[in-house]
Design a protein around this ligand. Structure first.
Ligand SMILES: N[C@@H](CCC(=O)N[C@@H](CS)C(=O)NCC(=O)O)C(=O)O
Length: 299
């Protein structure tokens, strides 16, 4: 059994099997390996009985051979969920625009893989998605909006999907504004709505109605912004397809799970036009494996 008290990620991994120790040390020294949060150290978030046996760290090590580390720039740790889709959709846009490459490590959320110590060292919040950029000293980023901004800053040299804060400060702020709006509003509210509709053991009409009304209100705010004069949320004129759109579109993509099959209340065709981009169909399959084959599948 691994003891989490009171250790940081490096010490924790030093207790893995001896023969994996040297490889681990090389990988982790190169990684920006931050100490686990005090809450995790105190095991409030990570009860001892959920800790994996040292041997379960080995599949991750096996997937990180030195050859792969040099070959691949970014690893996306993800699963087929709305937050996972949005990062994959942007990576696919970068791939078609610039030949950007990334590798995917599917996280088995059903087996709580995202709560294991090696993943918490990448994202202390224990949620997907997260990325590690090996070409930038193994810089790790979590929170989808932060990941989109990071990728746009470092991997979109021609600013095809966003704006430079120095060159176009107003467009940049506009983009941030719609990203924050969705990250703090549509995502969490629709997440709660789907939970109360589909997962809660007790059906609570008050909760369902509360979140349904709020999600519909937020969809309406986007529709006010788009009106009939815009195709995209940010940018001059009709706007430009940017990470502001990608940040919120996955929630529309899975709206049937939230009990909103039709968008006729919101007449702008922004949603259907942009979700028909081939990148969304590809993103919808990123991070799928046998444990989550049908999760949030949209035909
Ligand atoms: N604010 C976070 C939310 C991440 C999030 O909630 N991810 C979900 C999947 S969409 C997750 O990991 N759920 C598993 C869990 O909470 O245990 C972000 O934007 O990255």
């Amino acid at each position: 059994m691994i003891n989490l008290m009171p250790m940081n990620g490096c010490r924790l991994l030093n207790q893995a099997h001896h023969h994996t120790h040297l490889l681990l040390k090389r990988v982790l020294t190169a990684m920006r390996f931050r100490p686990l949060s005090p809450l995790i150290q105190k095991r409030y978030l990570f009860p001892r009985h959920l800790l994996p046996a040292p041997s379960s760290l080995q599949p991750e090590l096996a997937s990180m051979s030195e050859t792969e580390i040099k070959k691949s720039e970014i690893t996306l740790y993800t699963a087929p969920t709305p937050n996972g889709f949005k990062v994959a959709a942007f990576m696919e846009e970068l791939k078609s625009a610039y030949g950007f490459e990334y590798e995917v490590r599917a996280i088995q959320t059903a087996h709580l893989e995202h709560k294991e110590p090696w993943f918490l060292a990448i994202n202390p919040n224990g949620r997907i998605p997260a990325i590690v950029d090996r070409s930038r000293d193994n810089f790790a980023v979590f929170e989808t909006a932060a990941i989109l901004l990071y990728l746009q800053e470092h991997y979109d040299p021609e600013n095809k999907f966003g704006w430079d804060p120095k060159e176009n400060p107003d467009e940049y702020t506009e983009m941030l504004q719609w990203i924050f709006f969705a990250h703090g509003g549509v995502g969490p509210m629709q997440g709660q709505l789907m939970h109360f509709r589909n997962a809660a053991t007790e059906k609570i009409p008050y909760g369902i109605e509360l979140y349904m009304n709020e999600v519909k209100r937020l969809y309406g705010v986007l529709d006010i912004r788009l009106g009939q004069d815009r195709d995209y949320l940010a940018g001059p004129g009709r706007g430009m397809y940017s990470i502001a759109d990608m940040n919120v579109l996955p929630w529309f993509r899975i709206r049937e799970y939230a009990g909103i099959p039709s968008l006729e209340e919101w007449p702008n065709s922004w949603c259907e036009n942009n979700l028909s981009r081939p990148t969304w169909a590809i993103a919808g399959n990123v991070g799928r494996d046998s444990t989550n084959a049908n999760l949030y599948r949209v035909e």
